[in-house]
Design a protein around this ligand. Structure first.
Ligand code: ZN
Length: 379
């Protein structure tokens, strides 16, 4: 087992095999954990054994969880008096587990935590076992919830998992489409993190590492190569650490409406916007900069983010879309069969304003029609 310390969080990140979960639980003094586990994962004998052994295991949840869904499953976890939550699965499982740990740990309703914060109260301890190759949620203090047609984020230091198990063997049965969508999410996170207004020297280091490694291994990882899946799982973890510091930007902000309104998987929705934002952000000037005082730095960061893919924004956008298509996934709104007028209405009504405000170039409502047009039909 290889154990390192995250400079961002000063908490240990454990890269252990799933078989080491019991000793991790022991070291964290967790005796009565509740488990959130994607049902498909119980085909792994190691995970089945963990679920059989747990005080309570919850398998019934939908992607993109709502506060109501979490409140209704919390009753049983409260009845058995859990002292921690173990999340086994992709981004939705981990976000579900974080929200459950927040609700049960603080005793507050999630809408109140979303509106007013945690007020010093703590979520229950969380152990995260990601089984896709791109959520990054195991490395962040936030959890995405979908509340009445809007994406909102719980955000509190107590939501950062106390331990993370990165065991690539648990990704062996991940279907290629899910592997592609989650790995694309990690690539978008790392590129967005580089040009984010909230970027720090530490987030830039994590993001560079994640982007370089992802570009090297994404295609083999999606094809199922074991070594590449291991590398991709770690790259995704570093992309998560990067956005934990910098937060994501406009490609994520514009993606949530595609997931909410049209059911596009999260990573694929973000990948639809990333090339659009590569070209849009290349037009950054002092006048349209969202943080003019940092204009020189942001311009240089946009150039660096773009150059991870190609020398110019146009070439970078084309390389990114070509990669999406080689992974067997649709790269535009047209390829997703989404009508541009409907997409425009969705993004105008429900793009995430916080992530949008983190984009280096200001985006006004007047910019949206051209952005949607570019997302709809591009080479
Ligand atoms: Zn994402």
């Amino acid at each position: 087992m290889d154990q390192t310390r995250s400079p961002a969080s000063r908490r240990p990140i454990r890269r252990a095999a799933i078989a080491e979960l019991a000793s991790i639980r022991q070291s964290l003094r967790i005796h009565r954990p509740g488990i959130i586990c994607d049902p498909a994962l119980t085909t792994y004998p190691a995970i089945d054994a963990i679920c059989q052994d747990a005080i309570w295991t919850h398998h019934e949840f939908q992607p993109n969880p709502s506060p109501e869904a979490i409140h209704s499953s919390a009753t049983e976890f409260r009845r058995v008096d859990i002292d921690a939550v173990i999340a086994i699965g992709g981004g939705s499982s981990i976000d579900f587990a974080k929200a459950l740990a927040a609700h049960v740990g603080t005793g507050e309703r999630l809408t109140s935590l979303l509106d007013s914060g945690f007020g010093g109260q703590q979520a229950l301890p969380i152990i995260a076992v990601p089984t896709t190759i791109g959520t990054g949620s195991e490395a962040t203090t936030f959890a995405a919830l979908y509340d009445r047609g809007l994406k909102r984020s719980l955000d509190d230091p107590s939501l950062l998992p106390k331990a993370v198990i990165l065991d690539h063997l648990l990704t062996a049965r991940l279907p290629a489409t899910q592997a592609a969508d989650s790995a694309l999410d990690a690539l978008c996170q790392s590129i967005e993190s580089l040009w984010s207004i909230g970027a720090t020297p530490a987030s830039m280091r994590y993001a560079r590492r994640a982007a370089r490694c992802t570009l090297r291994c994404i295609e083999s990882a999606v094809a199922g190569d074991t070594t590449a899946r291991r590398a991709m799982l770690h790259a995704a973890h570093y992309a998560g650490r990067a956005i934990n510091l910098s937060k994501t930007t406009a490609a994520h902000a514009l993606a949530y409406p595609l997931t909410i309104r049209f059911g596009v998987p999260h990573g694929l929705a973000v990948a639809t916007w990333l090339p659009v934002m590569l070209e849009f952000n290349s037009g950054l000037t002092r006048n349209n900069c969202a943080a003019p005082i940092h204009f020189e730095t942001l311009r240089s960061n946009v150039i660096e983010a773009t150059s991870t893919l190609a020398p110019t924004a146009k070439q970078a956008a084309a390389r990114f879309r070509a990669l999406v298509r080689r992974l067997g996934r649709p790269a535009t709104l047209a390829e997703l069969a989404i009508n541009p007028e409907a997409a425009l209405q969705a993004v105008a009504e429900s793009a995430d304003p916080h992530r949008m405000g983190n984009n280096p170039r200001l985006i006004t409502p007047d910019d949206l029609p051209a952005l949607v047009q570019s997302a709809h039909h591009s080479p």
